[in-house]
Design a protein. Sequence first.
Length: 542
Amino acid sequence: MMPPLSPAAASRARAELPETRSLAAAPAMSGADCLIEVLSRGGVRACFANPGTSELHLVAALDRHPEIRCLLTLFEGVATGAADGFARMAGTAACTLLHLGPGLANGLANLHNAMRARSPMINLVGQHPQAHLALDPPLAADIEAIARPYSGWQRTVTAVESVGADAAAAIQAACTPPGTIATLIVPADAAWNTGATPVGVVPPGRPPAPSPERVAQAAAWIRRGARTALVLGGAGLYGNGLAAAGRIARRSGAALLTPYPLARLERGGDRPYVERIPYPSDQARVRLGSFDRLLLIGCARPVAYFARPGESADLVAPGCEVLTVSSQQEDSVAALEMIADRLPPLTSQTRRSEPSPLAEPSGPITLPGVAAALAAVLPADAIVVDESMTSGRQFLAATRSCPPHDWLANTGGSIGIALPLAVGAAVACPDRRVLCLSAEGSGMFTAQALWTMARSSLDVTVLIFNNRRYGVLYAEWAQLGLGDPGTGARSLLDLNQPPLNWMGLAQSMGVPACRAESLGDLVQHLRRGLQNRGPCLVEVLL
């Protein structure tokens, strides 16, 4: 958690801004205008909002700052998930605008995922003035208590004069690596009163450097030639971090892995191949059991999502040595580059040949066929948002040789993130196509995101896998050895009475939709969707 700016630090920050002197002589500024001005100066360029009466002065201030793109969402879980997607792809914080305690509570599930992704995000949450709270109005709530579990930093504005410093502190806290959620609670009177002064935003520092001793030990382990894997998280999965990991793998033969809950992975083309540890715990144990040493870089020790009777949740094989080279709070990119520098360079480089175009599948719908269809049509520089659940476990392997693309996934296990995440990614990268893979059950948690896609003409192609059941729960049921589910259990696991009509749902929100009846249909629909402007949805019945 970042400490608040001291008066001296706030004064220094104001002095660094060339426009501060003119502002001192400017007319008194409202708290709302000051807050949005500081957000704009701090680089915030998107606000995902579902405001109410207590936030209307902030809405008016946003109206005067067109450089911050405002997108209305019809559910707060869409706003928080979209801000997460924006942060993952832009590398900078977006903000949300939420209505009092109930609005914040509606967004918590995807705030959980964003916390796990360590996405920089600023939540602006309205609050009643203190005098009005004393009357116990219907929407009164303990917003600080609601925000605390899902905020790395939080503060309630206590006076209009502190709004500028509070906003600057929120930005600094959210954007300090590895990133966190900063929640700023803004009473309505602090927004409408005047007397606020913008301050400068202190640039966030770099993350702490990894221990040189741990780096040296990691390099020594790799040089021994034993079966070693680097388990990568955070910034080790894209950009300079991934490039350094690739150099290590090429020079040593070490494998590159990532935990199943990954935030962002660059892949395809000539990028290093990173294997995702399987979701099923038995498969994960088998895969990790093939290594004698695991080097954790920017991630925690791999564990199972859920406990099972008589089974350890630790996925690491007994006897396997594990070294945390850099924690999730430390500089993983530096750790990887330092390790790579300690290894002997390659004497020759083998240039990867260009992959041949993949054949387009045909015939009836099958999951291997769907994976082949995705591999055949995925364009260069696409962003894939994956919450396909049980339907999509073959997709990563099938798309390994595709053109360069990014892969975003659910980091916290709270379902209903795919559609909002796609919204945020599309806003962050308007020149790239977004392919959103979602199961029908998880998609229903935040189906309102389709309306935001249509309203904002976002280039998102949504692929819905409709097997009319919570397939993952059926798989877990079988793993737990509970026998055949009875009528009562099936009533809690099936989605077929009545069946969901995703085509009709999408069209009602302004998103063109179609249904794939065969693999040939699927290829055509996907190709058309990925080439045309605006959103579309393709439903696949399984």
